[in-house]
Write a protein that binds this ligand. Structure first.
Ligand code: NDP
Length: 470
C-alpha cells in the first residue's frame, strides 16, 4: 500500500472513531453538543479524504468536478438552511426528508455501480450483485417510504392510516415482484430487470407507510432511519469505502435500537405497527367531543395559590409547550417556585412532543438543569407524593385510558399524573391530542383546567405566584 493510501486509511479510521465517540457522547444531554461537534469533525475529515482520493486519481473531468461541487454546495446549502430554520415541532418531517435523501443517494450509488458493471463484457460478480441489490432495495424503499412519512407529518397527506381496496395486496405483490426480480437479476444480470426491482421497491415503500398513522409515525421514522443507515452501509460495500460502511452501520444499529425503545415506550410490537391502524386521529373530528363528566375550569389566581403553597410540584411538559414555545416561561415559573422552597421536577415521557427527546431539547434550551428532568420510570412512583402535577400541553402521555383495553392508546405506558394529590392542566381547549381520543384525566375530580395558550398562561401564573406572600 502506498504512503498516500496509508494516510487515507488512517484518516478514515480517525473519522470512524469520531463517529463512535460522538455517538457515545450523545448518551447524556451534558455532552451531547460535544458529541455532535466531534461527529461533524469526523464527517469533514471523511469528505476531505474522499476528495483527496479523487484528486490523486486524477480521473475526474472538469464537467465532473463542476457537477460534484455544484451538487455538494446545493445539497449542503439546502441541508444547512433547513436545519437552521426548522421549527422544533417540524423536526420529524425534516428527519424523514433526510432519510429519503440518504436512502435515495445510497440507492443511486448502487444503480450507477451496477449499470457501469453491466456495461462491461464480464458482468457483475455475485457478491457485488447481492450488496448492490440490497442497497437498491433498501434505499428505494426508504426513499419512497420517507417521502410519504414526511408528507403525512407535514399534513400534505392524511395523518390517519390510508387504506384502499386492494392496498394490502398491492403491498404484498410489490414485495413478491421485488424479491422475484432480485433473484432473476442475480442469475441473469440485466438493466431492465434492475428497473423492475427499483419500481417494485418504490411501490412497496409507499404502500408500507400509507396504512400507518398517527402516533405510530415516530416509530416508522426511526425504522426508516435504520433502513437509511443499512442502505448507506451497503453502498460502502459496493464502492469499497469502509468509512461509509461504519457510518452506515452505526446509523442502522442506533436507528434499530431507537425503534425498539420507542415501540416499547408505546407498548407496541413492530409487526403490530407495520400492520397499521393505531393513532387514527389527528385531533380533528374527535376534538370537539370532550370526555363525559364535569370539567372544572380555574383562573391564574386559583392555580397560583395551589402551586405557591405546595411542597412538591411535578411539571409535565408535552407537545403544547413546544407549540407555544413556552420553555422559558415554564423555567421562570419553576425558578419562582424554587425560590419559595418548593421542590420542582419535570416528568419526561419518551414520546412526549413530536420527536424522541423533544422535551429534553426544549427544556435544555431554557437552561433547565438536567438532574431535574426525570424519566417516566423514575418519576411515576413520585406522583403520589406530589401536591400538584402541572400538565402543560401534554395530553396522550397522561391519558389514563391507556390503562384500559379497547382504546387507541391501550397499553401505552403513561405518566401517572392522576396519582398526584391535585392536577392543573394548561391547554387551550378540550381538544384531543395526537392520538385523537378524549382524555379522562380532564374529568377527574382532582383536576382543574386552566385554559389558555401555554406561554400566556404560564406568564400569568408566574405573575400571580409572585404576588403571594411566601
Ligand atoms: P398531544 O399531542 O397528545 O397533546 C398536545 C396538547 O397540547 C393538545 O391536546 C393541545 O390541546 C395542546 N396544545 C397545543 N398547542 C398548545 C398551546 N399553544 N398552548 C397550550 N396547549 C397547546 O401531546 P403529548 O406530548 O401528550 O403526546 C405526544 C403524542 O404525539 C403522542 O400520542 C405520541 O405518540 C405522538 N407523537 C410523538 C412523537 C415523538 O417522537 N415524541 C412523534 C409523533 C407523534 P389544545 O388544542 O386544547 O390546546
Amino acid at each position: 500500500m502506498s504512503t498516500f493510501n496509508w494516510i487515507i486509511q488512517l484518516v478514515y479510521v480517525a473519522a470512524a472513531s469520531c463517529f463512535v465517540l460522538g455517538l457515545h457522547l450523545m448518551n447524556t444531554p451534558a455532552t451531547a453538543r460535544r458529541g455532535n461537534q466531534l461527529s461533524t469533525g469526523g464527517m469533514v475529515a471523511a469528505i476531505a479524504a474522499t476528495l483527496a482520493i479523487i484528486i490523486h486519481a486524477g480521473t475526474i473531468s472538469a464537467t465532473g468536478w463542476i457537477v460534484m461541487l455544484a451538487g455538494g454546495l446545493l445539497g449542503g446549502g439546502a441541508g444547512l438552511y433547513a436545519a437552521r430554520t426548522v421549527q422544533m415541532t417540524a423536526m420529524p418531517q425534516l428527519v424523514s426528508i433526510f432519510n429519503a435523501v440518504g436512502g435515495g443517494a445510497a440507492a443511486l450509488v448502487a444503480i450507477h455501480d451496477y449499470i457501469n458493471l453491466a456495461g462491461r463484457a464480464a458482468g457483475p460478480a455475485e457478491s457485488i450483485t447481492i450488496t448492490t441489490l440490497l442497497d437498491v432495495l433498501i434505499g428505494a424503499v426508504t426513499f419512497s417510504g420517507s417521502i410519504i412519512a414526511a408528507g403525512k407529518l407535514q399534513g400534505l397527506i392524511s395523518a390517519a392510516p390510508v387504506t384502499f381496496p386492494g392496498s394490502r395486496v398491492i403491498n404484498m405483490a410489490a414485495a413478491a415482484i421485488a424479491a422475484a426480480a432480485s433473484v432473476y437479476l442475480i442469475v441473469t444480470p440485466s438493466v431492465p430487470m434492475l428497473l423492475v426491482v427499483i419500481a417494485a421497491a418504490l411501490v412497496f415503500g409507499v404502500t408500507m407507510v400509507l396504512p400507518i398513522g398517527g402516533a405510530d409515525m415516530p416509530v416508522v421514522i426511526s425504522l426508516l432511519n435504520a433502513f437509511t443507515g443499512t442502505a448507506v452501509a451497503m453502498a460502502g460495500f459496493v464502492i469499497g469505502n469502509w468509512a461509509l460502511i461504519i457510518a452506515g452501520a452505526l446509523v442502522g444499529a442506533s436507528g434499530g435500537i431507537l425503534t425498539k425503545l420507542m415501540a416499547d415506550a408505546m407498548n407496541r410490537s413492530l409487526g403490530n405497527i407495520m400492520i397499521g391502524g393505531f393513532g387514527t386521529g389527528d385531533g380533528g373530528a374527535a376534538a370537539a367531543l370532550g370526555p363525559g363528566g364535569d370539567v372544572r375550569s380555574i383562573a391564574a389566581d386559583d392555580a397560583a395559590i395551589q402551586l405557591a403553597y405546595a411542597q412538591k410540584v411535578i411539571i409535565v411538559p408535552g407537545y403544547g409547550l413546544a407549540a407555544a414555545q413556552a420553555q422559558h416561561a415554564v423555567a421562570e415559573l419553576a425558578g419562582v417556585l424554587e425560590e419559595r422552597g418548593i421542590e420542582v421536577s419535570y416528568a419526561i415521557h419518551p414520546v412526549a412532543g413530536r420527536m424522541p427527546g423533544h422535551m429534553n431539547v426544549l427544556l435544555a434550551e431554557a437552561n433547565v438543569p438536567y438532574p431535574l428532568l426525570k424519566e417516566m420510570d423514575e418519576i411515576n412512583p413520585e406522583f403520589p407524593r406530589a401536591d400538584v402535577a402541572l400538565v402543560i400541553g401534554a395530553n396522550d402521555v397522561t391519558n389514563p385510558a391507556a390503562r384500559r383495553a379497547g382504546t387507541a392508546i391501550s397499553g401505552m405506558p403513561i405518566l401517572d399524573v392522576d396519582h398526584a394529590k391535585s392536577i392543573i392542566v394548561i391547554k387551550r381547549s378540550m381538544a384531543s391530542g395526537y392520538a385523537g381520543i378524549d382524555n379522562e384525566l380532564y374529568v377527574n375530580p382532582k383536576t382543574s383546567m386552566f385554559f389558555g395558550d401555554a406561554k400566556t398562561a404560564l406568564t400569568e401564573l408566574t405573575a400571580a405566584v409572585k404576588t403571594l406572600v411566601a
